[in-house]
Structures are given as C-alpha cells and as structure tokens.
Design a protein around this ligand. Structure first.
Ligand code: GLP
Length: 372
C-alpha cells in the first residue's frame, strides 16, 4: 500500500485455532502470565495481539507505535508478522517503531548491530517506511550521547507514546539493557553491560573480549510508559530469572520486576521458561489444585528429593511440613481428577509413632497406587 493511503483493515486469512495454554492457580504470580506447551503457539499469540493493536490504533488515530526488541526470543513473532503481511492481512505503512537498545559503540552495518538484526529479520520483509523506524544510534559521538538519548525520548513522545512494547529478558533480569541497579525512573541513556550479559553474548561476537562494554537503552520509565507490554521468554536457561520477575519482590536488582507496577503486562512463556514458577514446579503448595495421579507422583518424588529420603521412608510429618498432607487423607477426600480444596492436616497433629506408621502405610498404598 502506498504511503499516506488510509489503512484498509482486511480480515486475516489462515487464522489458527486458539492456542493451548497451561492453566492453574496463579496465587504467587504478580504478573499476568500465560504458559504455552507449544513454542510456536507463543509466537502466534503475541503476533496476533500485535496485529490487533496495529489495526485498532491505525483505525483510531491513523498510526500505531510499537516498541521492539532483539535477541533470539522475538524471532518467531517477527516471522509470524512477516507471514501475515505477505498473506495480505497486515499493513505496516502506518506503523512507527522504536527499538529498545543498541550496543555502543556499534556501526549500523556491523553483523552484530541491532540495526542489522532488525532490518534482516523484520523490516526489509514488510512495508514499513524507513523514516518510521527508530533504533538508538551506536555511532553517536560520546559527547553527544546524552543529547541523542533525550532526542529519542522526545521522538517517542512526539509519536504519541508506545502502544505496544515487546520485551525479552536477559539472565540478569534486564529488559532492554537495564542491568541490575537500573531504577524505575531511568530513561534512555548509555549503560555499562553486566559481565553475565557480555558472557551470554560472547558466542555471537566470537569471544567475550569482542562484546562491547556499553549500550544505549531505553530506561525502565520509558518502558513503563508504554500502554501495553509483552514480556517473552523461552528456554530453561530463563526459568530462574522468569520466576524471580513474576513471583519476586520489586527490586533494582532485577529490572523486569518493575513491570509489576504496570497495569497491562502479559508474560508469554514456553514450558521450559516457566519451569521454576510455583504453579509448574510445586503446584501442590497452592490452594485449589487438582490432584491428578501424575501430580501425586511428581509431588512424592519431589518430597523424597527435598527430604533426602527414599519414598517409603517419608513420614507423615514430612508430608505435613511440605503441604502434602492431602495425600494422606482418605481417598474420597482427595478425589483424583476433581477440583480439590486441601482437606486439612489429618496426620501431622498426631505424632505418636503408631499414627505415623499408619499414615506411612496409607501413604505407601495411596501414593504408589493412586487409584482411589
Ligand atoms: C539482549 C537484548 C535484550 C534481550 C536479551 C535476551 O540483551 N538487549 O533486549 O531481551 O538480549 O536475548 P535472547 O532473546 O536472545 O535470550
């Protein structure tokens, strides 16, 4: 579509069926989190949300403003957006973009630059206007960096603010390049990269010594100004930091925790990246879970591991101390496959050895043959 032509929203073709997600108690989660067993469903769901935002905003105000991220995590989203554009469903001629960050110093034509990444992986495959693309400049002379960062903030404001911000997360918990120590008021600026971040990037640069020591990044406050935010994480190497960001206290130690102060954030995870969330790792400590046979088995293996005992050596006290007393309750109260509220501690309060033995015997038979 030629530039300046009003967008004509076209009904998307080849829509997928709604993705499967893992649903369960979210008691501990401080951010709305969606877990996808199928990796490709995650990219499709995020792309679908971006398409909705683009169509809604271009209809409402003639343009849509996206905040974009680099790294391996969003590649599937870009692929899906390109696919939808090539299918004729999606017009980028009224889309304005602002990227989160760029290494410093970094020439735009370097194979390591985020400029090159964005053009090769996304922009050159869609009808976005070059002047609508904004990425911090890694070639700005040092004495002009502060001014350039202020101009970047001003350009975001002039565009009317970011409608939808896409984020990945680094192992330090950074969003953009907001490393530990970044606070909630930080704006676009030059930052020093964390050692862990540089080590993670070492393979791409053929050695940690070649990874730039600095970067220019949007600040935490810049990110929190976006109307809607999507944080994406995939892979087991992200599981620990994801759990910290989703379930942990807000802290400058983990910039992603500041997202908890935003009204409209969704965390999109594949199963490996969700592995350390309580609802995936130890769901039995949450209220109102469903005791399926598979859950019983996992919880008992976990308890044995945690207590350093063989399964048959676990006592009623072990079960009670780890919120697993429901396994010792009469089977009808446990109701496999049905929704279940904890029946209460039946054995833990009676710690005479006879009771313990009886409880153990019940545990043995029920846990090992949970057919009741
Ligand atoms: C870099 C980028 C971040 C990105 C992170 C994770 O540090 N500056 O914006 O989120 O990498 O990258 P990946 O998606 O490859 O794990």
């Amino acid at each position: 579509m030629a530039k300046g032509t009003p967008p004509t929203p076209t009904p998307p073709t080849a829509r997928r069926s709604p993705p499967t997600t893992i649903e369960s108690s979210r008691d501990r989660e401080r951010l709305r989190t969606v877990v996808f067993p199928e990796h490709s469903d995650l990219a499709a769901a995020v792309a679908e949300r971006i398409i909705e935002v683009i169509q809604r905003e271009t209809r409402a105000k003639g343009r849509a403003v996206l905040g974009l991220a680099t790294g391996s995590t969003p590649l599937g989203v870009y692929e899906e957006l390109i696919r939808r554009h090539q299918a004729g469903d999606l017009d980028f001629s009224h889309v304005i973009t602002f990227n989160l960050d760029e290494y410093y110093p970094m020439t735009p034509d370097s194979p390591h630059s985020y400029h090159r990444y964005m053009w090769e992986n996304f922009f050159e495959h869609v009808n976005i206007a070059k002047e609508n693309v904004h990425i911090p400049e890694g070639v700005t002379p040092r004495e002009r960096v502060t001014e350039a960062c202020a101009a970047y903030e001003q350009a975001i404001r002039a565009a009317g603010g970011i409608d939808f911000q896409l984020l990945g997360i680094g192992k330090t918990g950074h969003v953009g390049f907001n490393e530990p120590g970044s606070d909630a008021t930080s704006r676009t600026r030059i930052v020093t990269l964390d050692t862990l971040t540089r080590r993670d990037a070492a393979a791409d640069f053929f050695g940690v010594e070649n990874v730039p020591r600095e970067a220019i990044t949007m600040g935490v406050a810049t990110i929190l100004d976006a109307k809607e935010i999507a944080l994406l994480a995939t892979g087991e190497h992200k599981a620990g930091i994801v759990a910290r960001a989703v379930e942990g206290e807000i802290s400058t130690d983990v910039a992603a925790t500041f997202l908890q102060r935003h009204q409209s954030v969704t965390v999109y995870l594949d199963l490996p990246a969700a592995a350390e969330l309580t609802r995936i790792k130890t769901p039995w400590i949450l209220e109102g879970i469903e005791w399926t046979p598979a859950m019983v088995e996992r919880s008992v293996v976990w308890l044995a591991d945690k207590s350093g005992k063989a399964v048959l050596k676990l006592s009623a006290r072990d079960y009670a101390e780890h919120q697993l007393s429901p396994l010792l309750a009469p089977a009808r109260a446990r109701r496999f496959g049905g929704s279940h509220q904890r029946p209460g501690l039946q054995s833990a309060t009676r710690e005479d050895s006879g009771t313990r033995q009886a409880a153990r015997a019940r545990a043995r038979t029920r846990v090992l043959a949970p057919s009741g």
